[in-house]
Design a protein around this ligand. Structure first.
Ligand SMILES: NC(=O)c1ccc[n+]([C@@H]2O[C@H](COP(=O)([O-])OP(=O)(O)OC[C@H]3O[C@@H](n4cnc5c(N)ncnc54)[C@H](O)[C@@H]3O)[C@@H](O)[C@H]2O)c1
Length: 305
């Protein structure tokens, strides 16, 4: 059954390829008019082209759907305003924002440049802010809206991706706060940590790294790649559509895993152990004695070689 989002208008950022494209196509199949935003650059964010967004607009229209292209980078406030304006000018309303655009500039932390840090924080974290900020004004007035943010399991920690991890975990904090601020206006904000084979995850460089690691006896990388090969971007999109339905109205501020056969809900961080000082504070001497009580069994995930 299609048409669950009939009459709605959605923005999908970075919708020219990969996961964003699949999300835009399914939203359109479900009846939403879609603004297909994409800068059309390379995997490292360089360059730009209208081709990627245009191709998806053509695909949606050929299937009988409604779509409009936007080629702005998500990483500035002006662009965020223009992307939202594209929805309002073309379709007269806005109901859904899927923040998805992004690229990688991986580097070991001690070699990471300021530009590599700034550009990744800018496209992912600020990009989510810029588009959601412009959309929030519209949603608040209309008393309805859906924001779906795109985080990553890399936010939980991943070697060579300090910039990306920081941005993606920042997106989780943003999601929780938007949920609290906008929930009262009928707007829900949730995040996904997707898994899908795209140019970001299945490119020649990654394949070469996986082969190199496998030769050294580390097969986890190659195993993860095999999983990604069968996890199509199209398998991510249904959860995004579901989050836009009224069935998900009570789901707000949450983070989901979605990839291949798996849909999962992440726990929210909570204090797991604590100690109380009857004096009102702890001294270093006291902590030296007492801290083993709460951290004594912890194991360093990356011990010295
Ligand atoms: N593929 C995965 O397994 C995976 C895992 C975790 C998170 N993600 C996240 O999912 C999202 C989509 O990734 P993907 O794998 O589909 O990658 P992709 O490279 O196939 O698609 C990303 C799209 O974003 C566009 N884009 C990049 N910078 C932009 C900007 N400044 N403004 C507008 N568009 C821009 C690109 O042109 C591209 O079309 C990203 O946020 C990524 O970090 C992907």
């Amino acid at each position: 059954m299609a048409g669950r989002l009939e009459g709605k208008v959605a923005i999908v950022t970075g919708a020219g390829r990969g996961i964003g494209r699949a999300e835009a196509l399914l939203l359109a199949q479900e009846g939403a008019a879609v603004v297909v935003n994409d800068l059309g650059g390379a995997l490292n964010g360089s360059g730009q082209s209208s081709c990627a967004a245009d191709a998806v607009v053509v695909e949606i229209r050929s299937a009988g759907g409604r779509a409009a292209a936007n080629y702005d980078s998500v990483a500035s406030m002006d662009s965020g305003e223009r992307i939202v304006k594209t929805a309002l000018d073309n379709f007269g309303r806005l109901d859904i924002v899927v923040n998805n655009a992004g690229f990688l500039r991986d580097r070991m932390f001690h070699n990471m440049t300021e530009d590599e840090w700034d550009s990744v924080i800018s496209v992912h974290l600020k990009g989510h802010f810029a588009v959601s900020r412009a959309a929030a004004v519209v949603f608040r007035e209309r008393r309805w809206g859906r924001i779906i943010n795109t985080s990553s399991e890399a936010g939980l920690g991943n070697v060579g991706q300090a910039n990306y991890s920081a941005a993606k975990e920042g997106i989780i904090g943003l999601t929780r706060t938007l949920a609290l601020e906008l929930g009262r206006y009928g707007v829900t904000t949730n995040a996904i940590r997707p898994r899908a084979g795209t140019r970001m995850t299945l490119n020649d460089e990654i394949r070469a790294q996986a082969e190199k690691a496998a030769k050294m006896g580390k097969t986890q990388f190659a195993d993860a790649m095999k999983q990604l090969e069968s996890s199509k971007p199209e398998y991510v999109a249904p959860l995004v559509v579901w989050l836009c339905t009224d069935d998900a109205a009570h789901v707000n501020g949450r983070t989901f895993l979605i990839g291949g056969p798996t849909v999962g809900l992440f726990s929210e961080p909570e204090l797991v152990r604590s100690m109380y000082s009857p004096r009102g504070f702890w001294t270093v001497d006291e902590l030296l004695g007492a801290m083993p009580g709460i951290v004594g069994d912890l194991v360093n995930p990356a011990p010295p070689l």
